[in-house]
Design a protein around this ligand. Structure first.
Ligand code: FES
Length: 566
């Protein structure tokens, strides 16, 4: 529903007299030096997600300055306002635990304050989905400006970047190939500039899928954080927000079911992060759109993976940008996309690629010569994952595509940490490592712990991949044969809770199956025994209780049930 009031008169504080509310509002703004002329302009809110804890957002102050310039050049009045800022490494227990809290903050502050449009500024993994979830629910015209990826570094002649190489170097350190003294020089180089991780991790994936959704001006997903082009893009975004304020195009009119189909198609074609399926499901849920995992898998079988970026490929985001960025992907993917979808630019996707130049490059491959014949992510089902599970098949070892192995079970993230490097751990390289109680409720917050480390004694023998399964998530920057997001999770009674060390598990990626090889009668017996056992006491107060009581499973986007569109 379109709002009936605009400018300062929107969202008035309730004193029982609207004229008085506006009069009071003007007094306080004039105390900061605003003129009547300024206060009569269309208002553009700008979310300020700067935080000294968030390196991915270190450039936000400069970027906001550019956005404000754009707003004012177009005749509007910008107001930045703070919202929660989430960095992956500075959120305990996990940033995912706080994503929905941030989305509530964004929704309510957009709704509470006067603004005719809002520019959503953010970049790190959970920030972009939280901003878009909140804006979708608030229903005010919104446009996204991401902070942009970091540039790469160099360690002793080798080009490196966060955080695929972070994991690779850590694995080498665990295997004894690197010493403690080597780590400072390595950490100096893995994140050499401000910005988001520069591989196809969650931040890059969310930026590209947001551009596919139509929520960003063309080119916004890939411009490096420290390039001057990023500031010009911000300036254009600010100016565009003023036009959107006049037209009152709501997020729900951009993020349609067809636009989400486009975003999912792009997720598959870029070999994007498995986290994105959870975030896109949550965002769609805010608008009453259901994402069906089986449809997504069908789409994956018909979508070649065409973008050659780490962790599945060779390049970094700055090469993708130099190759033409999202427009280059779109030019190639156009036959599979809903090209008539409109975007915040005012143009349809068709119109955007009609004017986008193309040149020779080796980052985005043609449909007939893809990096991987199918989409990067496959959906698995079976008696271990009745609600579904996902695997980044493009980052998995081919030898494990069909594999049966003996389960080695860890009961929690803490149990894994305590035993994985035990020299007496009974584990072989063709076993399947199983971790449970790491889902949305179990951990809580569904940590990115699904990238179970290779047991030290095997890593030291040169083992670099094993089949690993869990109800956790995994960083988009990680790689390996790793099954994630098993639903329902063990903590709410999912069958993962019933696996015992020594059981056989079958993974069949081409057949899309994940099975615990046990007779049904034995499974039922174990389920009965498990039902009689008391779990840990649930949290009794605060946000932890809210999350525990209302969070949905991974196949439903891990949103809080009461936040979905009714
Ligand atoms: Fe922020 Fe990687 S930690 S994008």
């Amino acid at each position: 529903m379109k709002r009936k009031t605009s400018g300062l008169s929107a969202n008035l504080t309730s004193y029982g007299d609207d004229a008085f509310s506006l009069y009071m509002r003007k007094i306080f703004l004039k105390s900061m030096g605003y003129s009547e002329d300024a206060l009569n302009r269309p208002i553009v809110g700008i979310t300020n997600t700067f935080s000294a804890y968030n390196s991915c957002h270190a450039t936000v102050p400069k970027l906001i300055e550019a956005i404000k310039r754009g707003v004012m050049l177009a005749g509007g009045l910008p107001f930045e306002f703070p919202v929660i800022s989430l960095h992956e490494s500075f959120a305990n227990p996990t940033s995912m635990y706080l994503r929905n809290l941030m989305s509530i903050d964004v929704e309510e502050m957009i709704r509470a304050q006067p603004m005719d449009a809002v520019v959503l500024v953010g970049g790190c993994d959970k920030t972009v989905p939280a901003l878009l979830m909140g804006a979708a629910s608030a229903g005010v015209p919104a446009i996204l400006e991401v902070t942009g990826p970091m540039l790469t570094g160099s360690y002793r002649g080798e080009r490196v970047g966060a955080c695929t190489d972070c994991r690779r170097y850590w694995a080498r350190y665990r295997a004894g190939e690197l010493a403690e003294e080597d780590l400072p020089e390595i950490t100096d180089q893995l994140g050499p500039t401000p910005g988001t991780c520069m591989v196809m991790g969650t931040a890059s994936t969310m930026a590209l899928t947001a551009e596919a959704l139509g929520m960003m001006l063309p080119g916004g997903a890939t411009i490096p954080a420290v390039h001057s082009e990023r500031l010009r893009h911000g300036e254009h975004t600010g100016a565009r927000a003023v036009k959107m304020a006049a037209d009152q195009i709501t997020p729900g009119e951009i993020m349609t079911a067809e636009a989400f189909e486009n975003a999912l198609r792009v997720l598959l074609a870029i070999g994007g992060s498995t986290n994105a399926i959870i975030h896109l499901t949550a965002m769609a849920g805010r608008l009453g759109i259901e994402i069906d995992l089986d449809n997504f898998d069908e789409m994956g079988r018909a979508t070649p993976m065409i973008v050659d970026l780490k962790p599945s490929g060779r390049h970094f985001m700055q090469e993708l940008h130099a190759a033409g960025g999202f427009a280059r992907i779109l030019q190639i993917l156009a036959p599979l996309m809903n090209m008539s979808c409109r975007t915040v630019s005012g143009q349809t996707l068709d119109q955007i690629i009609a004017t986008a130049p193309a040149w020779d490059q080796d980052v985005v491959r043609p449909l007939n010569d893809p990096l991987y014949a199918e989409g990067g992510i496959a959906v698995l089902r079976g008696n271990l994952a009745p609600g579904g599970a996902v695997i980044k098949q493009s980052a998995a070892s081919k030898k494990f595509a069909r594999h049966t192995g003996r389960a080695v079970v860890f009961d929690s993230v803490a149990d894994l940490a305590a035993r994985i490097d035990d020299p007496d751990l009974d584990v072989k390289e063709d076993d399947i490592l199983v971790m449970r109680n790491a889902g949305p409720v179990g951990a809580p917050g569904m940590p990115e712990a699904g990238y179970l480390p290779i047991p030290k004694k095997l890593a030291q023998k040169g083992v670099t991949d094993m089949v690993r399964i869990s109800d956790a998530r995994m960083s988009g920057t990680a790689f390996g044969t790793i099954v994630l997001h098993i639903a329902p999770e063990a903590a709410v009674g999912g069958p993962l809770a019933l696996v015992e060390s020594g059981d056989d598990i079958r993974l069949d990626i081409p057949g899309r199956r994940l099975e615990l090889i046990l007779p049904d009668a034995e499974l039922e017996k174990r389920a009965e025994a498990a039902a009689g056992k008391a779990g840990p006491p649930p949290p009794s107060r605060g946000y932890a209780k809210l999350l525990n009581d209302t969070i949905l499973q991974a196949d439903q986007g891990c949103d809080f049930a009461f936040l979905r569109h009714l």
